[in-house]
Design a protein around this ligand. Structure first.
Ligand code: SAH
Length: 347
């Protein structure tokens, strides 16, 4: 059996690991031990599983591989942000980022290699979607960043955002499996309240998340509350128009009672007029939410330019009137292309 035929051991459930050992004439609890090494102790290889005998480790070696991610390149921004170029077992690369602030350290992780959506202002969109990440590849990014956080900032990771490459709701099962591992006591034991999934807005999947009892937070990259404007910058809005998105968000809130965060960039000449502000106010009236006005990070297309501050203030004032908080968020890690929308495997 060569390594390409061997199965990735982390695609097995605990039960199937136990079954494997039984079929090999071993005790089922070996499965629990291995499971703990894989998910709790993040072992990179079988040799490090020191409570297993040599023959048992060789047995595992013979049948399985551990397709752990490898940090291929690593950059540090002047503001402390770290960006990893992460190599997957098949040679493809994704990026993940550690963003430290005074009160938190946040991991920004990728869910796909490239992205299937075509947001005109996002660097990742230029890569197209190459494939979905497996649950363990998502989990590994978190483990890696947690280690870096301890090493460089002396504290463990406090938050996770699915705001790296890809559209998490287009890789639904794997993202949910990864979150399950991240939150499970058998994995990292992190509270789901510290995890935010950001989506461009896939209504059917937002409803499914609510039905599946998601306990994490939801953010939606809205950027425009008028269909024609949104479709011009996020073409899939044609397929999933705002009315459908709104309805799915109302459903999400009804089921989870968890407020939605809208991510919103204001661009000159695109969505900086009173009609755009009015539309967002109307949209926010119908959905329990807060708004993050995020700074645009240029990706070299002159069509998109950050709007004047006065436009941001108009949004903030109008939203405040209906009791919706809108904060301006400045990007981190711009000098190393680690900021929102800049992840494109440049290096
Ligand atoms: N596909 C998901 C996850 C990616 S998150 C989503 O769209 O939510 C990446 C976030 O960065 C999104 O809010 C996206 O709209 C935003 N973004 C994309 N390009 C950007 C840019 N050039 N400057 C600032 N933010 C950008």
């Amino acid at each position: 059996m060569n390594s390409t035929e061997k199965k990735d051991i982390r695609s097995l459930t605990k039960e199937s690991l136990q079954d494997f050992f039984v079929s090999m004439g071993e005790k089922p609890f070996r499965g629990n031990q291995v499971y703990e090494w894989l998910w709790k102790k993040s072992a990179y290889d079988f040799d490090s599983m020191t409570n297993l005998s040599k023959p048992v480790r060789e047995l595992l070696e013979k049948h399985f591989v551990i397709n752990h991610i490898r940090v291929d390149q690593f950059q540090k921004s002047a503001d402390g942000t770290l960006k990893n170029a992460v190599k997957l077992h098949d040679g493809l690369v994704v990026e993940s980022v550690l963003i430290p602030t005074e009160t938190r350290t946040t991991a920004c992780v990728s869910s796909q290699v490239g992205c299937s959506l075509d947001c005109k202002f996002c660097a990742t969109a230029k890569l197209k979607r190459m494939r979905n990440l497996n649950p363990d590849e998502i989990f590994d990014q978190v483990v890696t960043i947690d280690r870096q956080s301890k090493l460089y900032h002396g504290r463990p990771l406090s938050n996770i955002v699915f705001m790296g490459m890809g559209e998490p709701l287009m890789n639904y099962n794997n993202v949910l499996k990864a979150i399950e591992k991240i939150t499970s006591p058998e994995g990292l034991g992190m509270s789901p309240k510290r995890i935010t999934l950001s989506t461009s807005g896939v209504p059917k999947m937002i409803k499914k998340l609510a039905d599946d009892g998601a306990k994490f937070k939801l953010a939606v990259s809205l950027h425009a509350a008028l269909d024609d404007v949104r479709t011009s910058i996020m073409p899939f809005n044609e397929t999933f128009p705002l009315a459908e998105l709104r309805e799915s968000l109302q459903y999400w809130y009804q089921m989870t009672k968890s407020k939605i965060t809208f991510e919103y960039i204001v661009w000159k000449g695109i969505n900086d007029q009173p009609k755009d502000v009015d539309a967002l106010v109307r949209f926010c009236k119908s959905v329990s939410c807060k708004v993050n006005l995020i700074e645009y990070n240029s990706i070299g297309d002159s069509h998109f330019q950050q709007a004047e501050n006065s436009a941001l203030e108009s949004y903030q004032k109008a939203l405040a009137k209906i009791g919706v908080v809108a904060k301006v968020r400045h990007s981190r890690g711009k000098d190393i292309d680690a900021a929102c929308g800049q992840l494109a495997n440049k290096s």
